[in-house]
Design a protein around this ligand. Structure first.
Ligand code: SAH
Ligand code: SF4
Length: 360
């Protein structure tokens, strides 16, 4: 059901200085911006009326002009392994998702940066939806506050690996990361905030030049240009050799950092030992980590390789000078894994939902 209330701008994605500017017309002292910011981020206020150290008339003015939280929780699903998936409805009726993945002391939230995605990677459910719109910085930050509230757990890690391409929503994603990492706010450690891009090269350069302290992951998925173009249409515009050059530039800018390459394993497509050998060749000159992700089936015609094929793929990589990890699937029973977002609730009619491939 679409929301019928008038949409008031949210202050949740704004810095204390920007809040101060937004409230300038109410002639309040200069420290109000920071006070409001702390109420929202440290005390998780749901309404301006709760902000008890602000004058009552001013609280009412704020309530009339601005919003804090604007997401409506449509579905919360909890997996047998503790993974939680939240489906949110935005003020304009569009929907997007976040996934919470507890792992011992570490609690990771996978957040969305856009509704849908324009990049059309062949294996990705979000890509199949097409692009609707960018999320605001407030809508990005709110996913974290609300997940924390709902799960009762403190989120320690953030990955921009939900719906959308973060680097096609660059300023809002960076602003949200800044707010999430702010020591005077939620204070999530900057190095535990990771942005994943499919390879928007000019933005990788910008991100490197601006020396942001957040982690960067590049979705590689193929070891050569021809194959990459087949499964990721954006590779035509952003070729592999230029992408690798931008990755080298990034690590050169950050003396101690590594870059992460993600590689989704698609049976019979990019999972031959020859592909692994190509990976060793192209990635060896880069200070990096390679994260292999067995494909999460979402009915798009691709499959995950068997455990045996994965082991064969790993063999050439044993001699690589970089670290290689294989990601374990989480939240299979609620379709909460990478690339599966939205499939169950929204695209039910368009996709055949198949059980995720089990790992032995
Ligand atoms: N648009 C960004 C971030 C969101 S996708 C990007 O592409 O990097 C996060 C990761 O999940 C990407 O590496 C993406 O390629 C991968 N992914 C997409 N669909 C998947 C699927 N069905 N199974 C496994 N990984 C998938
Ligand atoms: Fe978009 Fe990332 Fe999905 Fe590709 S993998 S369609 S870039 S969300």
């Amino acid at each position: 059901m679409k929301s019928t209330t008038v949409h008031r701008p949210s202050l949740l994605g704004e810095t204390p200085e920007a809040i101060q500017q937004a409230i300038a017309r109410f002639n309040q002292p200069r420290y109000r911006g920071k006070q409001i910011y702390k109420w929202m981020h440290l005390k998780n206020a749901d309404s301006f009326l709760e902000m008890s150290d602000l004058p009552l008339a001013f609280r009412q003015q704020l309530e009339a002009h601005f919003a804090i939280k604007t997401l409506r929780l449509v579905v919360r699903e909890v997996s047998r392994d503790g993974t939680e998936k939240y489906l949110w409805e935005l003020h304009d009726g569009l929907r997007m998702e976040s996934v919470l993945i507890p792992d011992g002391q570490r609690v990771t939230l996978c957040i969305s940066s856009q509704v849908g995605c324009a990049l059309d990677c062949q294996f990705c459910a979000t890509g199949r939806m097409g692009f609707s719109r960018n999320l605001t910085s407030g809508e990005i930050v709110e996913q974290v506050l609300r997940a924390q509230q709902l799960s009762g757990r403190r989120i320690t890690n953030i990955v921009f690996m939900g719906m959308g391409e973060p680097f096609l929503n660059y300023p809002r994603v960076i602003q949200a990361a800044r707010i999430l990492g702010d020591p005077e706010g939620l204070a999530i450690a900057n190095k535990r905030i990771t942005i994943s891009t499919s390879g928007i090269i000019p933005k990788i350069y910008q991100f490197a030049r601006e020396k942001h302290p957040y982690g960067l992951a590049i979705s590689l998925h193929a070891p050569n240009q021809a194959l990459r173009e087949q499964i990721m249409p954006l590779a035509e515009k952003f070729p592999l050799d230029e992408l690798l050059a931008s990755a080298r530039f990034y690590v050169a800018q950050h003396k101690r950092l590594r870059i992460t390459f993600e590689y989704v394993l698609l049976k019979g497509v990019n999972d031959e030992p020859a592909h692994a050998r190509e990976l060793v060749r192209i990635l060896s000159p880069i200070r990096c980590k390679l994260n292999l992700i067995p494909y999460n089936d979402c009915g798009l015609g691709f499959q995950a390789p068997s455990e045996e094929r994965i082991q064969k793929f790993l063999e050439p990589l044993l001699r690589a000078p970089f670290t290689v990890t294989v990601r374990r699937n989480r939240g299979n029973d609620i379709q909460a894994a990478c690339g599966q977002l939205y499939v169950k609730t929204e695209a039910k009619k368009r996709f055949i939902i198949q059980p995720a491939v089990s790992e032995s």
